[in-house]
Design a protein around this ligand. Structure first.
Ligand SMILES: Nc1nc2c(ncn2[C@@H]2O[C@H](COP(=O)(O)OP(=O)(O)O)[C@@H](O)[C@H]2O)c(=O)[nH]1
Ligand SMILES: [Mg+2]
Ligand SMILES: [Zn+2]
Length: 295
């Protein structure tokens, strides 16, 4: 018996990565009886028989994302272009909340660094304004060019032995980054979607791929605009630069909106908190309060 990770289910078979190769597996009958649902990312034990194998057991999941449906995700690589398409920081902040709420480690990657340098707005130094804001908050941030290869190896080192999902808007350079990370195995760049043949529902095809010694899902999912179900007071925890200051607010229940003696607003006035991040916080707070009213 060997341990592996399920990459995808397709056409009644399951493809498992174990001992440095992919095994086409079928299921033991008892799994079919139990109507066990497998997800890419599931850790399984397989029994190889000649060239094929059977899945014998599956470990409990550490976590499971719904969109995309992947289990045991270690980290989310949030991919945004530095230049074009213009980075939608509202979406980035939303994704950071979704990822933090799901207890998955976020890694921010700004792509198309080569274009940024050509940009007359660039100041020519290594200090790129948009990346500095997120790095100062404490997030892990990479700047990369899939075109020149700059920064690619650093990201590759973060993928080894982990399960990662790539998320971010179409055109940001997710597939190009994947290709740069795994030369020889080319993904189509540009927008692709595969319709499920199972019914009228169209689902995105989700699979994990071997990449830079880890497993990566390149998926247009996970870019939903909805915030997870949370209480208004919990939103502060998803903004690390707010959370570290909240105990200095006058009121324990401070939502950092209209309350007096708010440490977050004081930090904002001193320029220690990004006005854009604060603006997004207020937008999200309003959405969460509206969602609370519906229940
Ligand atoms: N100059 C430059 N172009 C890039 C870079 N990364 C991606 N692109 C281009 O941006 C477009 C969208 O890339 P793609 O990888 O398909 O984005 P995805 O939709 O996020 O998968 C393609 O035309 C790529 O060639 C980069 O680092 N530099
Ligand atoms: Mg793509
Ligand atoms: Zn406050």
């Amino acid at each position: 018996m060997i341990e592996g990770v399920l990459l995808k289910g397709y056409g009644g078979f399951y493809y498992v990565f174990a001992e440095d190769r992919v095994w086409e597996c079928s299921l033991r009958g008892r799994f079919r009886v139990k109507d066990q649902e497998f997800l890419p990312g599931d850790r399984v034990a397989i029994l190889p028989e000649e060239d094929k194998a059977t899945i014998e057991s599956v470990e409990p999941r550490r976590n499971a994302l719904i969109r995309p449906a992947i289990a045991n995700v270690d980290q989310a690589i949030l991919v945004f272009a530095m230049t074009s398409p213009k980075p939608d920081l509202n979406l980035l902040d939303r994704l950071l909340i979704q990822v933090t709420d799901a207890e998955i480690e976020p890694i921010i990657v700004f792509t198309k660094l080569d274009k940024y340098k050509d940009n007359p707005l660039a100041n020519g130094s290594e200090d790129y304004a948009i990346t500095t804001v997120y790095r100062n908050i404490g997030y892990t941030v990479f700047e990369v060019s899939s075109e020149t290869g700059q920064g690619v190896a650093e990201i590759g080192a973060r993928l080894t032995n982990k399960i990662s999902v790539l998320a971010g808007p179409s055109g940001a350079g997710k597939s190009s980054l994947f290709n740069a990370l795994s030369p020889g195995k080319k993904l189509k760049t540009g927008h692709i979607s595969v319709k499920s043949k199972r019914g009228r529902h169209t689902t995105r095809h989700v699979e994990l791929m071997v990449c830079a010694g880890g497993l990566v899902a390149d998926t247009p999912g996970f870019s939903s605009l909805f915030l997870p179900n949370m209480k208004r007071a919990e939103l502060t925890d998803c903004f690390p630069e707010f959370a570290q200051r909240r105990r200095q607010c006058r009121f324990n229940s401070c939502l950092h909106d209209k309350e007096p003696n708010c440490a977050i607003k004081a930090a904002l006035e001193k320029g220690e908190i990004s006005p854009v991040r604060y603006e997004h916080y207020l937008i999200f707070l309003k959405e969460i309060i509206e969602a609370e009213r519906k229940y």
